[in-house]
Write a protein that binds this ligand. Structure first.
Ligand SMILES: Cc1cc2nc3c(=O)[nH]c(=O)nc-3n(C[C@H](O)[C@H](O)[C@H](O)COP(=O)(O)OP(=O)(O)OC[C@H]3O[C@@H](n4cnc5c(N)ncnc54)[C@H](O)[C@@H]3O)c2cc1C
Length: 396
């Protein structure tokens, strides 16, 4: 049965025709192409190699960027794509988020014309895949401490170091890698010396190793990137940005999309719980006829509705150019918490059936644990908002 959406507050009326059309296109895509196979991919820990080109052909990759084969959609339409993809699976949405917001966005915003021409059209079409290497084994919430270095030698840079937990790493044709340079005036290895580099698969000294045994995001590839005296031409550096502002501005784009994505996962869980509890009888009546069950369903709907309003409003602020990073932190923090809570409650309402992969809630619940941690943990977003309201930074 096609997914009908969750729209208690008639928010559809606030969307433009284009936004509804885009949303409905991806809603059908998820119903037809993702849901029939996602259970198998999650169980087997595989990413479907056909997804990148399919997503590319529908305009999902770098959807809010303009030119170079990108769809040039507004932020709300982009967010609604993320919502629908994550209704299918957070791993599919993660693929699109990384490709668009963390790889295409920095190339588009900070890359040379040559870098843009080389990568953006192929990435928009899903013919080339990218990854974003910021996190290291010893530096997650504190990326400024990174140890990966890029030493200038003549017309080249020599990269050494290791990145970990990198989505799409093992699939990628190109990695956006953040490393500290040693050049004068760049802060001599401090956070200000961070620069972005485009490192192509096959470059000597660059290898990847996939991480296995994940409970979460099993239909997504997560890898280590290893750089051992990896020599790239000086032209591989992203010329337009220096310091942590580079990676953090990418993360803001991705977090905005994640706030919508989490709503999709929550909708899937709520919808499943509603249908299940209306169907299954205990104590001679449908589960949905018991007061405590209704209270849980109402809580879910209420939280989804509030999250929808929050993300839609942020989308409109983004169009107006007034959206602030701390506001994105609030949406990421609230909506991912909300989705995780709903996934757990949906799993509960499904009883024992909820622990099998015949149903979606358990898969979403496990996936959302990663979403809670990546793109800034729940704690870090709390501290970002805390600093915004008090003026006192509680972390560096
Ligand atoms: C599936 C998956 C995919 C990922 N994809 C990517 C990717 O594509 N590219 C990339 O660069 N990274 C990626 N990451 C990494 C992710 O961004 C990091 O895991 C995240 O930033 C947290 O870092 P950490 O895991 O080292 O945890 P830590 O930073 O060690 O944090 C552990 C705990 O300590 C808390 N903590 C840390 N510092 C503070 C503080 N100052 N105050 C209070 N609490 C604190 C955290 O909130 C958390 O609860 C991915 C992670 C996962 C799980």
């Amino acid at each position: 049965m096609p997914f009908a959406g969750v729209d208690f507050l008639q928010l559809d009326e606030l969307l433009t025709e284009e936004e509804r059309l885009v949303r409905d296109t991806f809603r059908r895509f998820v119903d037809d192409e993702i849901l029939p196979v996602i259970g198998r991919h999650f169980r087997e820990g595989t990413f479907d190699a056909s997804w990148p080109r399919k997503l590319g052909s529908l305009g999902a990759l770098g959807a809010s960027l303009t030119g170079y084969g990108c769809a040039g959609l507004g932020p709300v339409a982009y967010g609604l794509i993320m919502q629908e993809l994550e209704r299918g699976d957070s791993g599919v949405r993660s693929f699109a988020s990384v490709q668009g917001a963390l790889v295409m966005y920095p190339i588009h915003s900070f890359g040379s014309e040559e870098q843009k021409q080389r990568w953006l059209p192929k990435m928009a079409a899903g013919e080339a895949i990218g990854c974003f290497g910021l996190t290291e084994p010893d530096f997650g919430s504190n990326p400024g401490g990174m140890r990966t270095t890029a030493r200038r030698v003549g017309d080249t840079y020599v990269l050494n170091g290791e990145k970990r937990w990198i989505t799409n790493g093992g699939l990628s044709d190109v990695a956006v890698v953040w490393a500290k340079t040693d050049e004068d005036g760049a802060g001599q290895g401090g956070a200000k010396s961070v620069r972005g580099f485009l490192v192509e698969r096959g470059t000597p000294g660059f290898s990847t190793r996939d991480i296995h045994g994940k409970f979460s995001l099993r239909a997504s590839v997560t890898s280590e990137l290893i750089f051992e005296d990896c020599v790239v031409p000086a032209s591989a550096m992203l010329p337009g940005v220096q310091g942590l502002r580079g990676p953090l501005s990418c993360l803001n784009q991705a977090r905005f999309g994640i706030s919508f994505g989490a709503i999709g996962a929550a909708m899937a869980c709520y919808d499943e719980a509603l249908r299940y509890t209306k169907d299954r009888k205990q104590f001679s009546r449908p589960l949905a006829g018991h007061q405590l069950v209704q209270a849980k369903l109402v809580d879910m709907l209420e939280e989804i509705s509030k999250a929808q309003l929050l993300s839609l409003h942020l989308g409109r602020l983004k169009v107006a150019g007034t959206l602030r990073p701390a506001q994105i932190s609030m949406a990421k923090r609230n909506n991912v918490r909300m989705a995780l809570h709903i996934a757990r409650n949906a799993r509960d309402l499904l009883g024992a059936n909820g622990i099998t992969d015949e149903y979606q809630a358990g898969r979403h619940m496990c996936n959302l644990e990663s979403v809670f941690t990546y793109e800034g943990t729940d704690h870090i977003h709390t501290l970002v908002i805390g600093e915004d309201i008090t003026g006192i930074p509680a972390f560096d």
